[in-house]
Design a protein around this ligand. Sequence first.
Ligand code: BEZ
Length: 179
Amino acid sequence: MTVSKEGASWVFGYGSLIYKVDFPYLRREVASIHGWQRRFWQGSHDHRGTPERPGRVLTLTESPGAQCVGVAYLVEESVFEHLDHREKNGYERAAVSIELAASGDQVQGLVYYAGPDNPAFLGEAPPNEIARHIAESHGPSGSNRDYLLQLEAALRDLGDVDHHVQELAGLVAGLDERG
Ligand code: BEZ
């Protein structure tokens, strides 16, 4: 079992935290959580959409037997102030058990989770509808399409295959080609 530095905590990133690392960290490890999968089921009013036209970004949904691959960071407590502000649109911190890929160690940590009761939750929809929604959404942090494609590239770098993400990236590319 890996012992965490006193005053520091692990945070698991499964979305933009994988590739947009605008915070200091003590350690970074490819990692996974079990029993959860990432889904584009959360509305974004502040990053990839607007209050009038929310985009679609990630949250987690429980799925027995599933594995969600991402990155775990060991961070000082002060980093959470920044992350809480960055991920404020419906997300809360939840405790999670994280498996570090290199060592196989299990550590306790936190993850940003937006549950079905939060006001920005959009929920499940057919993949072609989610893809069209992503292709048409933009917000202060850029296009929703770029959020999806950056995630796809980041997961490829980790050697992960996420069928939900790949399917949506393929559908969005098809929409681009058709104009
Ligand atoms: C993440 O990358 O872990 C993350 C995803 C959605 C919201 C906040 C964080």
